[in-house]
Design a protein around this ligand. Structure first.
Ligand code: T1G
Length: 694
């Protein structure tokens, strides 16, 4: 037997060296007459997770990935000796394509397999789109490849994508399989020689409809469909060429670059400059959440979902019961969707201890306050926490814009106070904006970054500033959206421009979903900050004063039929906006979509540049990941800062100068960093590299 083991931690990515090593090992095993069978396997926690994504942004050197990886897969498939591929962990992308080229696939029961390339704006490029349909049929292959979601080994076996599940030792099972295949004496079963998948136009039509709805604007899913269609209509060899052609087209696409940036960025934000590995995190085994409202309840669910016990405190019993009931309903809804078992729900609920007494929080390692957004209310809560919490406990506030450093001064231990800004619904949204206050201790920052990962969040560390990163930039876009309304646009026009750009929903539909009273209360709380003589639009006040608070009242910027979430343009709102413009002395005029997009995006980008200049965000990737995972910025655009680089900072700068000409310096003065980078070729991400610097 020849055992070929890939050992390239952490995920055995198929880097250049691994591909070359695989090829030479295969060739020597094939050339060695004493070898009767070959097993390919991986060391460490997982079989290969596919091509090395970090290589894509490097200047490609021969032998190129698709060529060389295809050399590997073709050498495997063409082998005259049985090649068994032993799978554990997550065999993904090029890793699973190696398995598909193998003659026999064996996996541990808890393994997962899949072709997630579409999530990177690509298609499988080493035969996956041609071999998988031959094993499991076109319809199923289309599902796998256009969704990119992993599939369990059990399901893969049912479908024929793998041949055996090893419940004992994987290597032993591979050995037994090899013996069986050798003594069987039949020629290796080559996937590429199997009958082409029967064409399935109905399945293709279904998938095209799903893709048009769920993956709007993305190129790769459509390319996936073309490639799988080729597996039914072309010979295997020609199908492979078609796949490679489609793959190479996408590899160079801006969408693929943006999605790679998003993938690596999600991991990069966890590595905070200056928070080095030798700073020990504090232990967090017991958590307390103050406030059982929408946010508090969702936050409590995050921790019990990760197996951490939570004390949930409320001021009144009724509010506590309401909070617990909401949590129960959330879990029941997940069970109804098949995403959780009753047993799992019960186990999680058992980890929640409702309480009305601050005294019960004395043993907590981490206490998160999620009460009403008012500084006086925060003061009262933090004074009580400070009185009962054990020394070394971390005291966190879930405020979405208030001054965390000021809140820290309500305690005698500001070094233990930090912001942990969750996004609604907290048990669903993946982003966690951790806020470093003036005196927050480094080990507290390290701890909340780690705990963020432990509860399945993408934690980004930001500085303490009004609205931190996300809400601070959102405020700029919201301002421009209101100004555009009073100058001539309508909610549905602005929302369409931003959904066409790739956002799941536009600002006005989002406002109606979240409830307009949140923004209204925020405006009232900040009225004292508004400068006389500086333009302000109070349209939101007028809409809310009519009791139109959004979906929950059946009307907001749009009206909603009973039981429907479909926003319907409302002539009453249009008239209110037209009257408002007249009262404000603004002559309404037609506004083009390009202007709407520019003003909404460039106001954010300019504020992002200010945030970077002030160090509120350490790197552009921190800004981008906040917007990708907290505000629905389309991943295939990479985030506001990445997108600005693709637009060209000198173009963005020039456009902002033109807007300043028209609207004055109050809102359209270029950020110093943007002015600095406004010469051709300069970028927020120097030299196009989106990770590790800038
Ligand atoms: N290339 C390079 N680095 C990778 C990588 C990859 N494919 N996958 C993971 N890493 C790094 C990651 O950046 C992190 O680094 C560390 O590994 C741990 O990852 C021709 C072209 C496998 C399910 O899309 O989905 O094959 O932060 O934190 O949560 O058709 O990683 O420690 O420095 O995510 O346990 C297709 C991508 C490639 C799979 C593990 N493959 N990876 O998740 O750990 S395209 C993928 C994942 C392709 C061929 C085409 C996940 C994981 P660092 P992690 P995890």
């Amino acid at each position: 037997m020849a055992w070929i083991t890939v050992d390239h931690p952490p995920v055995n990515a198929l880097s250049r060296a691994v591909r070359a090593g695989l090829l030479s090992a295969l060739r020597s095993a094939l050339a060695d007459f004493s070898v009767r069978a070959i097993v390919i396997r991986c060391a460490g926690r997982t079989f290969s997770a596919g091509a090395d994504v970090t290589e894509f942004d490097k200047t490609p050197e021969p032998p190129h990935l698709p060529a060389q990886l295809s050399d590997v897969t073709e050498t495997i498939e063409g082998a005259t000796k049985p090649v068994i591929v032993a799978l554990h962990g997550t065999a993904l992308g090029g890793g699973f394509e190696i398995a598909l080229a193998g003659h026999y696939r064996i996996a541990t029961r808890d393994a997962k397999v899949g072709l997630p390339e579409v999530k990177l704006g690509l298609i499988p490029g080493a035969g996956g789109t041609q071999r998988l349909p031959r094993l499991i049929g076109a319809a199923e292959a289309l599902q796998w490849i256009t969704s990119g979601n992993p599939v369990t080994a059990v399901r893969a076996l049912e479908l024929g994508a793998i041949d055996e599940i090893a419940d004992g030792d994987l290597a032993q099972a591979a050995l037994v399989a090899a013996h069986r295949l050798v003594h069987d004496g039949r020629p290796p079963r080559r996937t590429g020689e199997l009958a082409a998948a029967a064409a399935d136009d109905a399945a293709i039509a279904d998938i095209e409809a799903t893709v048009a709805k769920k993956q709007r604007g993305l190129l790769a899913p459509r390319y996936c469909i073309d490639a799988v269609r080729a597996a039914s209509t072309l010979s295997f060899a020609v199908g492979l060429q078609r796949e490679r052609q489609l793959f190479l087209e996408l590899r160079e696409s801006p969408q693929a670059a943006a999605l790679r940036h998003a993938f690596l960025g999600e991991r990069e934000v966890a590595k905070v400059p200056g928070l080095t590995g030798d700073i020990a995190a504090r232990e967090v085994k017991a958590v307390a959440v103050i406030g059982a409202g929408t946010m508090g309840g969702g936050i409590a669910m995050c921790f019990v979902n990760a197996g951490l016990p939570v004390k949930l405190l409320e001021a009144e019993a009724q509010a506590l019961e309401r909070g617990i009931a909401t949590i129960r309903n959330n879990y029941a809804a997940t069970i109804a969707r098949g995403g959780l078992s009753q047993g799992e729900m019960d186990a999680r609920l058992r980890l929640i201890s409702p309480t009305l007494s601050y005294g019960d929080l004395a043993a907590a390692d981490l206490i998160i306050e999620a009460v009403f957004e008012d500084l006086d209310v925060k003061r009262r809560v933090f004074e009580q926490i400070d009185a009962v919490a054990r020394p070394g406990a971390i005291l966190a506030t879930n405020t979405s814009y208030l001054d965390v450093s000021a809140i820290a001064e309500f305690t005698r231990r500001p070094q233990d106070v930090v912001g942990m800004h969750f996004f609604s619904p907290a048990n669903v949204m993946r982003l966690l904006e951790n806020v470093r206050a003036k005196k927050t201790a480094p080990e507290v920052l390290v701890t909340v970054m780690r705990i963020g990962k432990a509860i399945g969040k993408i934690a980004v560390l930001v500085g303490d500033s009004d609205g931190f990163v996300g809400n601070r930039m959102l405020a700029q876009r919201t301002r421009e959206a209101y100004f555009l309304l009073e100058e001539g646009a309508m909610p549905q026009q602005i929302d369409k421009v931003l959904t066409d750009f790739g956002f799941a929903m536009g600002p006005f539909a989002v406002g109606d979903l979240a409830g307009l009273d949140i923004g209204w209360r925020n405006r009232q709380a900040r009225a004292h900050l508004r400068k006389p003589g500086v333009r302000d639009c109070d349209l939101l006040d007028k809409v809310c004063a009519l009791g139109r608070l959004g979906q929950k009242t059946g009307a907001g910027w749009y009206r909603y039929e009973k039981g429907s979430r479909l926003p319907i343009p409302d002539p009453a709102i249009e008239q209110l906006i037209i009257d408002h413009s007249r009262q404000a002395g603004i002559a309404r005029h037609a506004i083009g979509d390009e202007e709407i997009l520019q003003r909404c995006l460039y106001s954010m980008i300019n504020e992002g540049a200010k945030i970077l200049g002030e160090g509120i965000a350490a790197r552009p990737v921190d800004v981008d990941i906040v917007w990708l995972h907290g505000y629905g910025f389309p991943a295939w655009r990479g985030g506001p800062m990445f997108h600005a680089d693709q637009l060209g900072l000198s173009n963005v700068y020039a456009a902002i100068l033109r807007l300043r000409e028209r609207f004055g310096p109050d809102f359209w003065t270029p950020a110093p960093l943007l002015s600095e980078l406004a010469s051709p070729g300069k970028r927020f991400y120097p030299s196009g590299a989106t990770h590790g610097d800038g």
